[in-house]
Design a protein around this ligand. Structure first.
Ligand SMILES: Cc1cc2nc3c(=O)[nH]c(=O)nc-3n(C[C@H](O)[C@H](O)[C@H](O)COP(=O)(O)OP(=O)(O)OC[C@H]3O[C@@H](n4cnc5c(N)ncnc54)[C@H](O)[C@@H]3O)c2cc1C
Length: 404
C-alpha cells in the first residue's frame, strides 16, 4: 500500500481517488474549496453532460491530441457508463449522443462520487489548498495550511484557469513548472464572443438556429450550424462555443476575427429573395418592421432594418429590388467583427496546459519525476462541447488511479 496525494477534488481527482483506493492504496484528497466537485455542479447548466456516445480522438485538441488515445481506449463510453452504474448512477441520453444523469441533476453525480470515495476511506481534506510541492528523495512533501504532509506518489488534478470563481486558480501549471515541466500557454475555449456592433442590445435574447462562418484574417476557417444567441455584449450559443477554440487562438495571436451569420440557413438566397418578393403582395399598409415580423422575431426584424439602413416605419410595399437584395444579404450574410472572447472568467475550458509530450501516455506519469502524475484539464488536452471534457477528466483520472 502506497501513500497517495491527489490535489483537487474535481472530476478527475475524485475518479482517481476512487480507483486508487479500490486498488488498496492509502489516498488523501486535498481540495481548496469547502465542497468537492464545485465545477461539476455547474456543468451542463446544472444537468451535467457526463459523457457522449460518440467519444473519439477527433473530438480532442492540443499540441499532441493523440496522447489521449490510451486514456480513451481504457475508459470508453461503455466503461464510463459501467463506472457510474457501479456508483449507483443511472444515465439518460439527450441530443447528439450526450449522456446526462437520469435525475437531470449534476448534484447526483457529485453525491455518488463523494459517497463512494468516503466508503473507500479516502481521506478528503476540504479547505486545504496545496501551496507547494517539494520532492525529497523518493517522497513528495505537500505544504497545506502551514503543515507538511509526506507521500510516496502525487497526482496533480487541479484543473485549469477556466471560471476561476469555481476554484480554478491555475495552481497546477505553477506546480508543473516548479517540478521541471513545460506548460503550453493556456487560452479560453468554449467561450462567448464580444462584438463591437452598436445595435446588439436591441436584439439581445434572440435565439435561433443559424449557420455561422468563422473568418480569421479574412480567410474562412470553420463553419458550424447550431444554436446562436444574441446577447448585449455579442454572441453566444452552441454554434459560437464550437467556433471559439480557433477564434480564441487567433485573437491571442493578434489576428482579426469575424463571423458571417446566415440567420435563415434553410433558405437559399434565391428562395429567400422570391419569398420576400411574394410577401410584397401582403405588404400594403404594413410598416417594414411589422412585415418582417411575419417571418422573424420582432427584435431581429429591427436589428436587420438597422443593418440595412432602412427606416422601420417605412411602408414595406415601397421596397424596391435593391432594398430586397440588401435584406437578403443582411439575413444570409450578416458580418460581425469579433473584438475578443469573454475570457477565462466565462470559458468552460482552457486550451493549452501541461505539455503531454513530457508524460507517459500509458499511465500519465511524468517522464522527469517518478511517481508524479497529472490528470484532467490541467493537461494540454481539451475537447469539444458535448460531454467530451468531463469524459477526458474521468478517463484520465481513471487511468492514473488504475496505474498507481
Ligand atoms: C460552466 C461550465 C459548464 C461545463 N459543462 C460541461 C459539460 O456539460 N460537459 C463536459 O464534458 N464538460 C463541461 N465543462 C468542463 C468540465 O467541467 C471540466 O473540463 C472538468 O470539470 C475538468 O475536471 P478537472 O478535474 O480537471 O478540474 P476541476 O473539475 O476544475 O477540478 C479541479 C479541482 O482542483 C481544486 N484545486 C485547484 N488548485 C488546488 C490546490 N492548489 N489545492 C487544492 N485544490 C485545488 C479546485 O478547487 C477544483 O475543485 C464545463 C465547465 C464549466 C465551467
Amino acid at each position: 500500500m502506497s501513500r497517495i496525494a491527489i490535489i483537487g477534488a474535481g472530476a478527475s481527482g475524485l475518479v482517481c481517488a476512487i480507483e486508487a483506493s479500490r486498488k488498496g492504496h492509502s489516498v488523501t484528497l486535498f481540495e481548496k474549496n469547502s465542497k468537492v466537485g464545485r465545477k461539476i455542479l455547474a456543468t451542463g447548466n446544472g444537468k451535467c453532460n457526463i459523457t457522449n456516445e460518440k467519444i473519439s480522438l477527433e473530438r480532442y485538441h492540443g499540441e499532441s491530441p493523440g496522447f489521449a488515445k490510451e486514456a480513451l481506449r481504457r475508459f470508453d463510453t461503455f466503461t464510463c457508463k459501467a463506472f457510474f452504474r457501479s456508483l449507483g448512477l443511472e444515465m439518460r441520453e439527450g441530443e447528439e449522443g450526450r449522456l446526462y444523469p437520469m435525475s437531470h441533476q449534476a448534484s447526483s453525480v457529485v453525491d455518488m462520487l463523494l459517497h463512494e470515495a468516503r466508503a473507500l476511506h479516502v481521506n478528503i481534506l476540504l479547505e486545504s489548498e496545496v501551496a507547494k510541492i517539494e520532492k525529497k528523495g523518493t517522497e513528495f512533501v505537500l505544504h497545506v495550511n502551514e503543515k507538511a504532509h509526506v507521500f510516496d506518489a502525487c497526482v496533480i488534478a487541479t484543473g485549469s484557469v477556466a471560471m476561476p470563481n469555481l476554484g480554478s486558480s491555475g495552481s497546477g501549471y505553477g506546480f508543473a513548472k516548479t517540478l521541471g515541466h513545460s506548460v503550453i500557454e493556456p487560452y479560453p475555449s468554449l467561450v462567448q464572443f464580444v462584438c463591437d456592433e452598436p445595435h446588439l442590445k436591441e436584439v439581445s435574447g434572440v435565439k435561433m438556429d443559424a449557420n455561422v462562418e468563422l473568418y480569421i484574417a479574412n480567410q474562412k476557417a470553420q463553419s458550424v450550424q447550431g444554436d446562436l444567441l444574441f446577447t448585449a455584449y455579442g454572441l453566444s450559443g452552441s454554434a459560437i462555443l464550437d467556433l471559439s477554440r480557433k477564434a480564441s487562438h487567433a485573437l491571442v495571436h493578434g489576428e482579426s476575427v469575424d463571423v458571417v451569420l446566415d440567420l435563415l440557413p434553410n433558405f437559399s438566397r434565391e428562395a429567400l429573395s422570391s419569398l420576400l418578393q411574394k410577401r410584397l403582395s401582403i405588404a400594403k399598409d404594413k410598416s417594414l418592421s411589422l412585415w418582417l415580423e411575419g417571418m422573424i422575431p420582432k427584435k431581429l426584424a429591427y436589428f436587420i432594418i438597422e443593418n440595412t439602413h432602412l427606416t422601420p416605419m417605412k411602408e414595406a410595399s415601397s421596397l424596391g429590388a435593391k432594398e430586397i437584395k440588401k435584406m437578403v444579404f443582411a439575413l444570409k450574410a450578416l458580418r460581425l467583427h469579433v473584438n475578443a472572447t469573454k475570457g477565462f472568467e466565462s470559458a468552460e475550458v482552457c486550451a493549452g496546459g501541461v505539455d503531454v509530450r513530457e508524460l507517459e501516455s500509458k499511465n500519465l506519469m511524468s517522464q522527469k519525476i517518478k511517481n508524479l502524475y497529472f490528470c484532467g484539464e490541467v493537461l494540454d488536452i481539451d475537447g469539444d462541447c458535448g460531454g467530451f471534457n468531463l469524459h477526458f477528466a474521468w478517463a484520465s483520472g481513471y487511468l492514473v488511479g488504475q496505474s498507481l
